[in-house]
Write a protein that binds this ligand. Structure first.
Ligand SMILES: [Zn+2]
Length: 428
């Protein structure tokens, strides 16, 4: 199997490399990012995903904990009630950030886990008798699912589990056994997937749209487009791996994580995204959250504020599966033509927002949470105002076109003969 330093980057696969960088940093920082690589067979998407393990930074866990308990935030049944002193006595260890795989033929029990009935009968603590499945063992790391479209087609029960795991950050998982109380655990897992939309059973968004929408970014991986790149790949077949280069990448993630607090998403960008949501009729607000999150991570990775081009690059991956191609092209064109007039409008909108912000008293939270909170409030306030506009127009009686009879209805026998019998002339 190829190592990360043996991979050749070219224009057809560079998007996947970039999105993986964002996903590794985010997973390492404790915020799962779900990514999906789509492409034809032979484009190397699974090779790139599997090799990216070589550049994962290590994480710290409570010594020997198979749930990968963070010593600062223990969550497993055994450690969650321990004091910091008790955890210190057990000790901590550095482990590789988890990378586990679920195949398209996986069974629910092996993915989630089960309750060890044998241990339960020995009257030990029942919670200590859990047999962990792939997902809880990947806590604070990555689960990779190759051929996710096939899994979505044949294993709807596993898709339901994934929806729970990916629905919130962190997600949750339930371990069930007939006749036993259900055990529920929080899980913080980034789901990475790959598929070939041209092969049976087709694109994931056509099979299970809800699951498709859970992915923060979808990247199209393509074959190399020029002879030079193909030659480079051929020459690179015997390329030796370079542990020093891989270690450099690991160090970049460690540095970027330390820089996260210095970066935040600008109000201007949030306003742009909010207007994009309204003007282009986007269905899912998750897409906007993915863009905001990606821009934050990218800023920390680059060590500078992402520019308009960087943002358009991320928008492409965050909305590819959430809107049709024509709409996406319009959105990208709109972002590129972010001309002077649009900036003026944004400034006007921002001024309105700041007036509104002053008028509403909100609990002040620090850092990103505050930014995210404000962003959503802005988006929602724009959204609700546009809705209000439609509702008030319809509710105004002057705007209602009345077609019903204007007189009060009376029984037919009370009517004068002239009122109930009309000649043809009177009717027309
Ligand atoms: Zn633990």
């Amino acid at each position: 199997m190829k190592r990360y330093s043996q991979l050749i980057r070219h224009e057809g696969n560079s998007g996947l490399f970039d999105i993986i960088d964002i996903a590794i940093l985010s997973t390492y920082a404790g915020i799962p990012v779900h990514i999906h690589a789509e492409g034809l067979r032979g484009t190397g998407k699974t090779t790139i995903i599997r090799a990216s393990r070589n550049i994962f930074p290590k994480i710290e866990r409570i010594k020997g904990c198979e749930f990968n308990c963070d010593p600062k935030r223990p969550h497993c049944p055994k450690h969650r009630d321990l004091s910091p002193e008790e955890i210190e006595r057990i000790g901590v260890e550095l482990i590789d950030m988890p990378f586990l795989e679920i195949s398209h033929s996986a069974k629910k029990g092996t993915v989630v886990g089960s309750i060890d009935v044998g241990k339960l009968l020995s009257k030990e603590n029942p919670q200590a008798a859990l047999l962990l499945g792939t997902i809880p063992r990947a806590h604070r790391g990555v689960i990779f699912i190759d051929e996710i479209n096939r899994l979505a087609d044949t294993a709807p029960e596993i898709v339901d589990i994934l929806l729970d795991v990916m629905g919130t950050k962190p997600g949750r998982i339930q371990i069930e056994e007939v006749g036993m109380p259900t055990v529920e655990l929080p899980v913080q897992v980034s789901v990475w997937a790959a598929s070939n939309p041209d092969e049976e059973p087709g694109p994931l968004e056509d099979i299970r749209r809800q699951l498709s929408d859970r992915f923060d970014f979808v990247v199209n991986v393509e074959r190399p487009k020029d002879i030079g790149t193909v030659l480079k790949i051929l020459e690179g077949r015997d390329l030796k791996d370079d542990p020093a280069l891989e270690m450099e990448k690991v160090k970049e993630f460690i540095k970027a994580k330390e820089r996260l607090d210095q970066f935040y998403v600008s109000d201007d960008l949030k306003t742009t995204l909010a207007s994009m949501y309204i003007n282009f009729g986007l269905e899912s607000i998750r897409g906007l959250e993915s863009i905001l999150h990606g821009v934050w991570m990218l800023g920390a990775l680059l060590g500078k504020k992402p520019d308009k081009k960087d943002i358009a690059y991320l928008v492409r991956f965050a909305l590819k599966h959430r809107t049709d191609g024509k709409n996406l092209a319009e959105i990208l064109k709109n972002l590129e033509n972010h001309n002077h007039k649009a900036q003026e409008n944004h400034q006007k909108a921002l001024n309105e927002f700041s007036v509104r912000e002053n008028a509403i008293s909100v609990p002040q939270k620090e850092g990103y949470k505050k930014d995210k909170f404000n962003a959503l409030r802005r988006i929602l306030s724009v959204f609700s105002n546009s809705l209000k506009g439609k509702v008030s127009n319809a509710a105004d009686p002057k705007n209602v076109n009345i077609k019903a009879p204007v007189h009060k209805a009376v029984p037919i026998k009370q009517l004068d003969i002239n009122e109930c019998v009309k000649t043809e002339d009177e009717l027309w």
